[in-house]
Design a protein around this ligand. Structure first.
Ligand SMILES: Nc1ncnc2c1ncn2[C@@H]1O[C@H](COP(=O)(O)OP(=O)(O)O)[C@@H](O)[C@H]1O
Length: 314
């Protein structure tokens, strides 16, 4: 770095995968020009220009996706009893219609009365869970080919990626953030989704009730989003590095935002100074020079006067 914030020319640009509570983002440097202007980003960081692909899917963050799944299961059941295939078998909870439909990502059916209490029962069924999670997405590309999901254009993923926030937390809980193979990840998620409420409590005695309830749903959602959503596969899976920190700093959208903003700070005042018209710049310099010369003359004259009046007194 030679004590300068410069981008070494031969280093690889890492992609970023962020799974927040409300939305998920993918950003990377594609191998082809970005065909859709809505998803192309030109970005200048410490003197280097980058042309990137980036898209944010609203409502596909972890919390909202899990809510969409529950709402879809409720609407499919058409009663106050909801069978949840991703919750552990034997798990039960009550929630009201108002609590379920409290976000813009889920639209309440007109027939649902807000005060109605819904009873959710886990069935711990990995195959049905996988199917229910996949139904949250529309995988057909339509005119936008190649695509991610919901008809959003996305070039094929390329290079190494850092996956953080919800991607990290959902897999870290199952000890799957250490470079495990995709087969092992699949098998572990299948196993947790096949477990009963008693079994998950025994497996993770210190975990909270919510963590235990959501372990299967969150990890299944993460895997579906990465494989079918963002189109990673067996070959590109090892290129995803699940991280919470890089060089002892928490990674997330706030760090990226800060880096982007701090890079802008020095360039703005400089632009303002160099954009002064040339003739005004010359006039100001000449005026300053004249004032300096006049001040010097005045000071000399005052000193001379004081000295000569002193001699007269003597
Ligand atoms: N320490 C944690 N342990 C387990 N899950 C977490 C932890 N922190 C965040 N999560 C989960 O990861 C998801 C994203 O969290 P976060 O990055 O804080 O969201 P946002 O970007 O919206 O602020 C949330 O759904 C949350 O449940």
């Amino acid at each position: 770095m030679e004590e300068k914030w410069e981008h070494p020319q031969d280093t690889e640009v890492l992609g970023a995968l962020d799974l927040g509570g409300a939305s998920t983002q993918i950003t990377f440097q594609p191998g082809v020009p970005v065909e859709d202007r809505n998803t192309s980003v030109f970005f200048r960081l410490y003197g280097t220009n980058y042309s990137l692909y980036s898209h944010s899917y609203l409502c596909y963050g972890q919390s909202q996706a899990l809510k969409m799944l529950l709402a879809a299961l409720h609407q499919a059941s058409s009663s106050a009893q909801i069978s949840h295939p991703c919750y552990p078998q034997g798990y039960q909870e009550n929630l009201t219609v108002a609590e379920l439909y409290d976000s813009p990502c889920v639209r309440a059916p007109s027939s649902a009365s807000p005060g109605l209490v819904l009873r959710v029962t886990g069935t711990g069924d990995p195959a049905a869970c996988g199917t229910a999670v996949q139904r949250l997405f529309n995988f057909s590309c339509g005119a936008q080919w190649p695509c991610g999901f919901n008809g959003v254009y996305q070039p094929p993923v390329r290079g190494q990626f850092l996956a953080f926030s919800g991607f990290y937390h959902s897999l870290h809980f199952l000890n799957l953030t250490g470079g495990q193979s995709l087969s092992l990840v699949n098998a572990t998620i299948w196993q947790i989704c096949n477990s009963s409420w008693e079994q998950v409590q025994e497996l993770f005695p210190t975990a909270s009730r919510t963590q235990l309830r959501d372990a299967c749903t969150a990890s299944s959602y993460t895997l579906t989003l990465l494989l079918q959503g963002y189109k990673f596969n067996y070959t590109t899976w090892p290129n995803i590095h699940f991280v919470q920190q890089v060089a002892n700093v928490d990674v997330g959208w706030t760090l990226g935002c800060m880096l982007n903003l701090t890079n802008i700070i020095p360039s703005e005042p400089l632009t303002a100074v160099t954009e002064l018209p040339r003739n005004i710049w010359i006039a100001a310099t000449v005026l300053l020079a004249i004032m300096l010369i006049l001040s010097f003359c005045l000071l000399t004259a005052m000193c001379y006067q004081r000295n000569s009046s002193g001699y007269e007194q003597l």
